[in-house]
Write a protein that binds this ligand. Structure first.
Ligand SMILES: NC(=O)c1ccc[n+]([C@@H]2O[C@H](COP(=O)([O-])OP(=O)(O)OC[C@H]3O[C@@H](n4cnc5c(N)ncnc54)[C@H](OP(=O)(O)O)[C@@H]3O)[C@@H](O)[C@H]2O)c1
Length: 447
């Protein structure tokens, strides 16, 4: 059984219900889905609101309940859940918190008071960001831990459900061409780019409190960075992989103020839900250094922002130039690109001789296009919700990872960089050009 708090919200409509519907179509979910919102609408109106058809078999599983979660006392849905759970012989309950963080505590109290945790397994799913900083994350974890054990707490970072993020380990640990060059011996710098064209849209209220660093770097960027930088685990178990990822987070050097770029797109202060005097950053570019033997001297540049010229998520590993006497015109560094969004794939850029006289080169690309070979890619939320049902925590953020990434991010945010304005539609490389040019490097722009 699935119980969604925040059932009329953006996340439920756009991501959760379509993912659960797909799992239902595949015969993987056949228990009631209890949808809790505060709007006074009927079940039929709700089904229409979330874009489903009453005639679909999935719609028959949906039960909408109106409840204000700040003032609920023994709400109607409690009795219903207990009855349906027995009747359908469900194996367990998945509680999905698709609500603002301020509602987490009232809902935890409600679950506790209504004794909803008896019978079968009980698992809870939280969205990112988990907390606002280390102090609030600890407070939240303490509250959740009063009713759920760590093994039953699933903290979503939906990037971990993406094929090409999961593929990072396969790429590294099953291919000698990659694994052998995965260190400062061959790699000059790593660039994690998560540019977005969209503005804050309807999420202004949330975003203005968070900003680009909390919204994207503390979770997605840190996950990608630790997967790229970790040492090979002793065994490919969740525990060993998490141990190695945490070692990377612990080895991050504090970021220098001169290595932090913050920006805000013009017009942001006029967005719905945003403070008209807000200094929240909608763009950031950062330089991280990892204090270990493998990555000594290799900067990791992170970049993310809204209202940019392109939407793309990718990791670029820029290789060192070959020490050679062969001088070719237009030679460029080799680049391994892992493309996560929108077109998933992996490519390698290398120099090739231009036909004709002389040694002039032209960069060319060997390209693996994921969609061209595999067309049955499930969406990240479908993968993740199925993993919760299976009780697999490998694609979720552990508490220790949350602690270490917040420690690092709290320190970074205490450095209070100046937030510069940028035009909507600017290129991320241009806004943060200096961060790399002072190191005599450039942002990769090949995809
Ligand atoms: N949307 C995304 O793409 C996304 C991505 C990553 C993480 N998240 C996280 O996911 C969570 C939900 O995000 P969202 O974008 O879906 O937010 P949202 O659109 O604002 O939806 C919030 C939901 O909570 C309900 N709600 C608010 N106050 C309530 C109350 N007092 N009693 C009962 N229900 C109440 C809302 O009801 P009404 O409809 O009546 O307002 C709505 O159903 C947040 O923690 C967010 O940070 C969202």
């Amino acid at each position: 059984m699935i119980i969604i708090f925040g059932a009329t919200g953006d996340l439920t409509k756009r991501k959760l219900l379509p993912a659960i519907n797909n799992l239902h179509k595949k015969g993987l979910i056949d228990c009631p889905v209890i949808c809790i919102g505060r709007r006074d609408i009927s079940n039929t109106e709700y089904i229409k609101l979330v874009g489903l058809k009453s005639s679909d078999s999935f719609s028959k599983l949906i039960h909408y309940f109106k409840t204000d979660l700040t003032e609920s006392n023994n709400p109607l849905f409690v009795k219903f859940i207990k009855k349906e759970f027995k009747e359908h012989k469900c194996k367990g309950k998945l509680f999905y918190f698709a609500i603002p963080q301020k509602l987490f505590k009232p809902v935890i109290d409600l679950i506790k008071a209504s004794k909803l945790l008896s019978g079968g397994w009980n698992r809870v799913v939280f969205e990112k960001p988990f907390g606002y900083d280390l102090v609030t994350a600890k407070e939240l974890n303490k509250q959740v831990s009063t009713i759920f054990k760590e093994k039953d707490i699933y903290r979503i970072d939906h990037f971990l459900g993406k094929e090409l993020v999961q593929n990072i380990q396969v790429l590294r640990f099953t291919n000698s061409i990659f694994e052998q060059m995965w260190s400062n011996e061959f790699i000059d710098n790593v660039q994690v780019i998560m540019d977005e064209k969209v503005l804050v849209g309807s999420r202004g209220g949330y975003y203005d409190n968070a900003g680009a660093v909390r919204d994207m770097v503390q979770n997605h960027a840190m996950q990608i960075l630790s997967l790229i930088a970790m040492e090979p685990p002793k065994r490919m178990t969740n525990e060993e992989i998490i141990k190695e990822k945490i070692k990377v987070l612990k080895a991050l050097k504090p970021v220098k103020p001169s290595d932090i770029v913050l920006g805000q797109y013009k017009g942001y202060r006029g967005e719905r839900g945003v403070d008209p005097h807000s200094d929240t950053e909608t763009f950031t570019a950062l330089k991280f250094n990892i204090n270990n033997d493998r990555w000594k001297g290799v900067p990791f540049y992170i970049r993310t922002g809204k209202a940019l010229s392109k939407s793309l998520t990718e990791v670029n590993l820029v290789l060192k130039r070959v020490k050679s006497d062969l001088i070719c015109k237009n030679e460029v560094p080799n680049i391994i690109s892992i493309r996560i969004k929108p077109e998933e794939g992996v490519s390698i850029r290398f120099n090739n001789k231009l036909p004709g006289h002389g040694l002039e080169t032209s960069p060319v690309k060997m390209d693996f296009c994921h969609r061209c070979l595999f067309d049955n890619n499930p969406e990240a939320y479908e993968v993740l919700i199925h993993e919760v049902f299976m009780g697999n925590k490998g694609l979720f953020t552990s508490w220790d990872e949350v602690v270490h990434s917040w420690k690092f991010i709290d320190d970074l945010l205490s450095k209070n960089g100046k937030v510069r304005k940028y035009e909507r539609g600017s290129s991320g490389s241009m806004i943060a050009r200096k961060l790399l040019s002072k190191d005599r490097r450039e942002w990769v722009e090949i995809n």
